[in-house]
Design a protein around this ligand. Structure first.
Ligand code: UMA
Ligand code: ADP
Length: 492
């Protein structure tokens, strides 16, 4: 890779030894470049033995753990920073010299990819919620349509591994990349076919401080794409690039060339149904698709719009939408025999996601049934006030836990006081006492999980495990009662 020869005599520092840092290490090592990997944790690897193995496998790398190496950072020519590191808060920004190039792994990928004889094409997705759903749906459609695409980025697949594991003959046609606001902080060189900010609501404000800064970071994706795919009812998702070609999606009837919804009937005998539309063209009725709720209708449209920009056939995409059944921990029903609907939405790590879950699920309940919400965790500096209207109108009982649980509990109205608990198991126990057949218990925390769990997946798995345990316990009790009844009957 000739362009990287410019890196040859540079002092390259990789900050962070997690998924991103290690992918940088693998890539830069494959280019025969010497680097230093600095992580503030004493042992970011699982053991000393793992570190020793890395030292053998990557002899040109130096590992400095336990604190930020101020001199190393101050003297660096190139710094590749992992997205999870808050450079300001960690005091790193002020150490970096004026001539140093500060980049992230996605930027490094783009700098290299842009200079390949045939650069890999890219579709990029960001937003506060729905990113993983939309990129996974796109990847599903690509597979069904026979497009050689890969899914990378914030979803959990470091992008640089693409340059290590594939040679030019195996190179994918298309890279579908999920981008977080953290990754957008260090990205300026992407040249995507299209990019989308799906939506915007409070998130990561502990790092970005204001919604305006967070929004600007998200909108920074658009100058790096030919086409902007925007949500026309959410101004914050619009492109600020003058005269950029734009395709919009939204819940209203669309104009020609845009995606939207309309209430139409396919024939006179059928009642009118909410239908996905491309201009005047009816695509598919929402009730034929597995992902429920208006937020998922928007996700479907975003994926169709992005696929359309890549030249995919609309009818082929539409025919394959129903084959995608969604991702774990996003409004997923837990199997149960008690007639209660237990819903795991552990991935709702911000207020916007919880609002979407409640407004999507509440209308599916009968009027006499209750919606019991379990929420709380680390709110990351968000304002929970937007939850108030749905807490008052659609939630029958609120159960809170975690670092910011009390703040959410304080929003519940006085006639319907929140129950505050210390553990998720306790929350489920309380919910079980209140819930009857037909009711719904929704874990949709509006918060990150890190104050109590390793990640949102562990939180969701614990929810599933506790609910499953309840079913087992109630089966045992039922059996015990049957036995007791039979014994009593026999004694009479
Ligand atoms: N570290 C320090 N000091 C710090 C913070 C981190 O030394 O103050 C070190 C840690 O010890 C660890 C490394 O940095 O060794 C971790 O780096 P990282 O936090 O950037 O995490 P990675 O493992 O590199 O994973 C990152 C993304 N993580 C974050 O942005 C927090 C992953 O997104 C992403 O999947 C991965 O790169 C591949 O691209 C996760 C995430 O939570 C899923 N994203 C946030 C979200 O979706 O809300 C933005
Ligand atoms: P992300 O990758 O942006 O975190 P996910 O697809 O993983 O998004 O979904 C995260 C949470 O947001 C889940 O609780 C999900 O139900 C909810 N969600 C999904 N799509 C949307 C949307 N378009 N608007 C609001 N919330 C959404």
């Amino acid at each position: 890779m000739t362009w990287l020869t410019a890196f040859k005599d540079k002092k390259i520092v990789v900050l962070g030894a997690g998924m991103t840092g290690l992918s940088c290490l693998r890539f830069l090592h494959a280019q025969n470049l010497s680097i230093a990997v600095n992580d503030s944790r004493v042992m970011p690897f699982s053991s000393e033995a793992e570190l020793a193995q890395y030292q053998i496998d990557f002899p040109h790398a130096t590992f400095i753990f336990g604190q930020w190496d101020q001199a190393l950072i101050a003297n660096a020519d190139i710094i590749v920073a992992s997205p999870g590191i808050d450079l300001d808060k960690e005091g790193i920004t002020t150490l970096i010299n004026n001539n140093c190039q500060l980049i992230g792994d996605i930027e490094l990928f783009c700098l290299v990819n842009n200079r390949l004889p045939t650069p890999m094409q890219m579709l990029a997705v960001t937003g506060s919620n729905g990113k993983s759903t939309v990129v996974s749906l796109l990847a599903h459609l690509a597979k069904k349509l026979g497009v050689n695409a890969v899914l990378v980025g914030n979803i959990g697949e470091p992008i640089l591994d693409l340059l290590v594991t594939t040679n030019s003959a195996e190179q994918p046609e298309l890279v579908i990349v999920e981008l977080s606001s953290f990754q957008l902080e260090t990205l300026t060189s992407m040249k995507a076919i299209a990019a989308s900010v799906l939506n915007l609501s409070d998130d990561h404000l502990d790092r970005h401080k204001t919604l305006a800064v967070y929004q600007a970071l998200k909108q920074g994706i658009y100058p790096q794409a030919q086409i902007a795919v925007i949500s026309r009812e959410d101004k914050a998702t619009q492109s600020l690039v003058a005269q950029q070609s734009t395709i919009s999606f939204g819940l209203s009837k669309p104009e020609s060339g845009h995606f939207g919804l309309a209430l139409i009937s396919i024939n006179e005998a059928e009642e009118a149904k909410q239908t996905l539309m491309f201009g005047e063209q009816a695509l598919i009725a929402l009730d034929e698709l597995p992902l429920a709720g208006m937020h998922n209708a928007l996700n479907y449209m975003a994926a169709l719009a992005l696929g359309y920009t890549a030249g995919w056939s609309l009818s082929a995409m539409t025919n394959n939408l129903a084959g995608f059944t969604g991702l774990a921990h996003r409004c997923q029903r837990v199997s149960s025999e008690d007639g209660i609907q237990w819903i795991n939405d552990s991935k709702a790590t911000n207020v916007g996601a919880t609002l979407a879950a409640i407004s999507g699920l509440a209308p599916t309940l009968n009027q006499q049934n209750k919606l019991i919400l379990i929420a709380g965790g680390d709110g990351k500096g968000a304002d929970f006030a937007p939850l108030v209207p749905v807490l008052n109108s659609q939630v029958s009982q609120l159960i809170t836990l975690g670092k910011d649980g009390s703040e959410i509990a304080a929003l519940a109205n006085t006639t319907n006081k929140a129950i505050e608990v210390n553990t998720l198991a306790e929350a489920i126990e309380q919910a079980n006492k209140i819930a009857n057949r037909g009711d719904m218990v929704l874990l949709s925390p509006a918060c990150a999980s890190i104050d109590m769990f390793k990640n949102y997946m562990v939180r969701g798995e614990q929810f599933i495990a506790s609910v499953t345990q309840l079913q087992v316990a109630s089966n045992v009790n039922e059996k015990a009662n049957v036995k007791k009844d039979t014994k009593e009957a026999a004694c009479r």
